[in-house]
Design a binder for this molecule. Sequence first.
Ligand code: NZQ
Ligand code: ZN
Length: 387
Amino acid sequence: MLNFNYNIPTKIFFGRNKIEVLAREIKNYGNKVLFVYGGRSIKRNGLYNKITNILNENNINFWELGGVDPNPRLSSVKSGIKLCRENKIELILAVGGGSTIDCAKVIGAGYYYDGDAWDIVMDSRKIKKVLPIASVLTLAATGSEMDSGAVITNMETNEKIATIHDGMAPKFSILDPTYTFSVPKNQTAAGVADIMSHIFEVYFSNTKEAYLQNRMGEALLKTCINYGKKAIDCPENYEARSNLMWTASLAINGLLSYGKETEWSVHAMEHELSAFYDITHGVGLAILTPYWMEYALNGFTVDKFVEYGVNVWGLDANDEKYEIAHNAIRKTREYFNLLGMPSSLKEVEIDDEKLEKMAKQATIRGKLGNFKVLEAEDVLNIYKSAL
Ligand code: NZQ
Ligand code: ZN
């Protein structure tokens, strides 16, 4: 196992009605809040009214930044920074999915940065300080509610870039699974694919002795497999929604990656798809993952795929190694299909026009991955196989 520093600072309030702690927790940081949210989903499911009532009843002053898009834009970040500065905001409260929370994080970092906010996305070393962030999560997927990363899209340049800073980890997050009852089937499926991909990105690793992290990763994968379809078929199944919600947070908060070399190449490849075509993150991951797995499968990596096939999919350990590996990959694809996810780029209207450009951009900061190192040409091969 590699050396690591454990640091997961976010306080989690998990379960039905945990929103009751909201006012008390906010007051630990001040009395002036920027309330950030996405489209109309929180107005439709009643959460908007609930939150504004709590803020009003507790004499908490708040300003609103609504309309944060999926694949959150730099323009929303800039509007948020302006509001924070004009009103001397003391805490940013994001209510929504990963896009809303990510946007809030970079607003918080941009508040203390004098230059263009895009600078701190491109180079997180420029982040020195961050306004306190808190979240009320409404979609189980990204883990942004408990990690220190954020992904922002610059529509003018077709760039979607991840930035990371300890200060961006939410001070507290409220995880009430009932808030995810209204998530539509396609977003539920995309969320499950995203959670599984976060686990794959750290599970498929060159670090061989991380036995504990690998078994935890398998447990989380099995939880996704067990509950993903159930949540789609029965959106108000609390057991399914709560297991998925907690799995999403644990998949990327550091527990699985501490002590391991990690991969993140499917994410880098997917971010180009959403940057150029504005597709849903989890959909892009579901398409690319099995193609990446086939591409990564070789004499050095086959044992890891066998471990995956046997421990996660219950395949017979006595079968021939490559047979197990290919079957495990096939089962991964079949599971995504069962959730209603597409299997090819064509199905999301992506053709070969920009593949070369995207492959170059995906590797602009250097080769991807460690388990299977990818250069631009490899990325292009994977994109082509996914057509
Ligand atoms: O905008 P609203 O109206 O709220 O609707 C959203 C949006 O259309 C809807 N939704 C969310 N909660 C709902 C709901 N609809 C009904 N009921 C609810 N309870 O779902 C749609 C998608 O929301 P979004 O926030 O975009 O989804 P997600 O949580 O998957 O976030 C995706 C973004 O996070 C980034 C992705 O790249 C993408 O930009 N990621 C962030 C990461 C991080 N911070 O660590 C890691 C991830 O790998 C990922 O890259
Ligand atoms: Zn992701």
